[in-house]
Design a protein around this ligand. Structure first.
Ligand SMILES: [Zn+2]
Length: 242
């Protein structure tokens, strides 16, 4: 009943891009779930039919949703004059005209670190992103190979993606994948994640033997895990537009 209600439809408020509605057949009821990696509140409805109810539910919970969204670190869009976290420190995005190669310039006594990315304004976001992914790929490849040599194991493939739940993962056969966002973390954190995944080639678990093996590769397990727990959401804010 009330399903074909005659009451005039309320004009929809402009959709907040930070709220995503999803049909989730396995869900038993309408529910909210914060997705920190994608910086969104997910509103799950068991079926398409329950979507209007899901929208009402989200409106009723607007305050609660706002509190959670506002707890996220501010978005760091790739904009001229903005800052991006790079190797654990802020780097100023400088975008001169022209088509030169993007490059990183370390901080000096007189100027902050810079990402120098020549690009027209509408291509800047893509160029910064590709530059970071390329730097990430180089860094994790070098680091992974170093640790693999230490353990005498073979890594068959390294991929770099935008993962949401894990910074790295190791599949059987020595296939390792990483989040490109690790290039934004301090180098000791990237190093730890690479060592962690390489150690999984020998110990495909999180047993005592695994952690002991990892300790032979790096001595920064605790601080690196702590850094990721504290700052993981900041890595997901890199390049976010809202
Ligand atoms: Zn692991």
């Amino acid at each position: 009943m009330g399903f074909f209600s005659k009451s005039p439809a309320r004009p929809d408020t402009p959709a907040d891009p930070r709220i995503e509605f999803k049909v989730q057949p396995r869900a038993r009821r309408i529910s909210l779930k914060m997705d920190n990696a994608r910086r969104r509140m997910i509103v799950n409805a068991p079926s398409e039919r329950q979507m209007p109810a899901a929208r009402r539910f989200a409106r009723d919970k607007a305050d609660w949703i706002a509190v959670h969204l506002e707890a996220l670190p501010p978005a760091q869009p790739f904009e001229k004059g903005g800052y991006v976290m790079y190797q654990g420190a802020p780097a100023l995005i400088v975008s001169p005209p022209g088509r030169g190669r993007p490059r990183f310039e370390p901080a000096t006594e007189h100027s902050p670190a810079k990402l120098i990315v020549p690009a027209p304004p509408d291509a800047l976001d893509g160029r910064v992103r590709r530059f970071l992914i390329k730097q990430a790929r180089e860094a994790v490849t070098q680091c992974t190979q170093y640790h693999a040599e230490q353990l005498g194991v073979t890594v068959s493939k390294i991929t770099v993606r935008d993962t949401s739940s894990r910074w790295g993962s190791c599949a059987p056969g020595g296939v390792i994948s990483y989040s490109w966002r690790l290039i934004c973390a301090p180098p000791f954190v990237l190093d730890y994640v690479c060592a962690h995944e390489v150690a999984h080639i020998i110990e495909a678990n999180h047993s005592r033997a695994f952690w002991d093996l990892l300790d032979t590769l790096v001595d920064t397990v605790k601080p690196a895990k702590k850094w990721l727990n504290t700052n993981g959401a900041k890595l997901h804010a890199v390049g976010a537009n809202f």
